[in-house]
Design a protein around this ligand. Structure first.
Ligand code: FES
Length: 465
């Protein structure tokens, strides 16, 4: 009742049945062809939408107009009807690298494993639906291996430049070459000026029209690229800096690909002899609208009676606020020493046409922060950092049927990640982790070894009508 459900409306009954009677196959069959926005367009309980469905859809980093209603039902079941912990979260006391990534890396090394980072895969060779070998170069920052980027129509072209890429990975492309617009200080996107210069909105770096540093804080020029090929709305670029390292090769019994969607698509671009069906599944994956995260450092603290992480609704950009100086050790310690505060705002899936530049994002985040915490208007803003990317998995209507699973038609290739179709309901991070465990289990099984138990939420809803 509090959600605005009125069971005398037949349409509300349908919604009630959908949320309480989740069934993996049936729910996707009934709802995957619809976007969340279309599903709720007519007679729909508004309270349920405003309080739960809208923040829920957005916290999956997918906008309601671009997200399958079947996927939303799966998340809803996972958190509210299948999971005794509901929406209770544990947070890490240090940053994710220190708390999660480093301990896993240490455990792998302690078992004799080798971790290779900053590598760029140059070729993957297949035969008879098996991967035979994978070649890579270990200087990924040079980007000497050609890669494709898609035109960005939200940034208007000038007389000499067209813009490709998205988020914090944008390139200005002229007739002859391309310049990366990712600032070499801390990665914000620099803005082209009428004078031909590029200005960084974050800490004031300036570069000339060739990408050479004119004003600090950075000391490194913007990287330049040659144009290898052009197709309809894409260009293929490669760094003009020569590669410093030789190509190396891995020949493994099994390969588990667990990158994000753009990453797995780049791997298939560089694969020779891939299974046609698997290649087609990978090419159909899509990325969601971009997300942005802005962290602010202030010289004073403020009163706050809500949770230290709180979802918000009704702002143009902001979807949540986190008070880092109350939850993570390094910021708690900094706050005690200085009296300051560290606050982060998230925008999970904004529309590029509404915020075409990072300056627009920074300005709106700052205005909305002062609306959310008015007393911060009296504080001094010491520093801010913006992360803005377009690489999160999309779950558009109709995508369920072709979504790749953990095992593939290629006998020694497995997939893991939040874009993988799962045999049980799963959230996003939970899907990334449990698809990795499923991939490991299938290798163990193929080797005749014992598999490990996996725990899931209750797989089906209470009311199977
Ligand atoms: S000056 Fe560009 S990110 Fe700092």
């Amino acid at each position: 009742m509090r959600w605005g459900i009125n069971l005398t409306h037949p349409a509300h009954w349908q919604v009630f049945r959908a949320i309480t009677g989740f069934h993996q196959q049936r729910s996707f069959n009934q709802l995957d062809h619809l976007s969340v926005a279309d599903w709720v367009a007519d007679d729909f309980p508004r309270g349920l939408y405003d309080l739960y469905f809208l923040p829920f859809a957005k916290s999956s980093l997918n906008a309601p107009d671009a997200m399958s209603a079947g996927e939303l039902m799966q998340f809803f079941h996972f958190y509210f009807f299948g999971n005794p912990e509901g929406l209770a979260f544990n947070g890490t006391k240090q940053d994710m690298g220190t708390s999660l990534v480093q301990p896993i890396a240490e455990a792998i090394r302690a078992k004799g494993g080798t971790i290779i980072t900053h590598a760029n895969v140059s070729a993957i060779t297949c035969s008879n639906d098996r991967i035979c070998k994978l070649s890579y170069q270990s200087d990924a920052t040079a980007e000497t291996i050609p890669f494709w980027v898609t035109q960005n129509s939200a940034i208007p072209a000038t007389t000499s430049q067209t813009f490709f890429g998205a988020g914090d990975r944008v390139f200005a492309v002229t007739q002859d070459e391309a310049i990366s617009l990712t600032c070499t200080h801390q990665g914000c996107t620099v803005q082209p000026q009428a004078s031909g210069e590029f200005h960084c909105p974050c800490h004031g770096a300036v570069f000339d029209a060739q990408g050479r540093v004119v004003r600090a804080p950075t000391k490194r020029d913007l990287p330049r690229y040659r144009i290898n090929q052009r197709s309809q709305d894409r260009v293929q670029l490669a760094s003009i800096a020569p590669s410093q390292t030789a190509t190396q090769t891995i020949e493994a019994d099994y390969y588990v690909f667990a990158p994000d969607v753009p990453g797995v698509q780049q791997l298939f671009d560089r694969m020779e002899g891939a299974n046609v069906e698997v290649r087609s599944q990978i090419s159909k994956l899509v990325v969601a609208d971009p997300f942005a995260v802005c962290r602010f450092w202030f010289d004073s603290d403020f009163d706050w009676e809500h949770s230290n992480f709180a979802s918000l609704s009704g702002y143009k950009l902001t979807d949540s606020i986190t008070l880092y100086h109350r939850i993570q050790d390094q910021f708690i310690e900094w706050s005690k020493r200085t009296g300051g505060s560290v606050v982060e705002l998230h925008a999970y899936c904004y529309k590029e046409k509404d915020f075409p530049t990072q300056q627009d994002l920074l300005t709106t985040f700052e205005q909305e922060l002062y609306e959310i915490v008015p007393s911060l208007q009296q504080a001094t803003l010491l520093h801010r950092e913006l992360v803005n990317q377009k690489n999160f998995s999309g779950y558009p209507p109709g995508s369920y049927v072709d979504r790749p699973e953990t095992t593939t038609a290629m006998s020694n290739l497995r997939f893991a990640g939040d874009w993988v179709k799962m045999p049980f309901p799963s959230g996003l991070m939970e899907r990334a982790v449990s698809s990795g465990l499923l991939a490991a289990n299938s290798i163990l099984h193929q080797e005749g070894l014992q598999r490990r138990s996996l725990f899931t939420v209750k797989p089906e809803g209470l009311l199977q009508i």
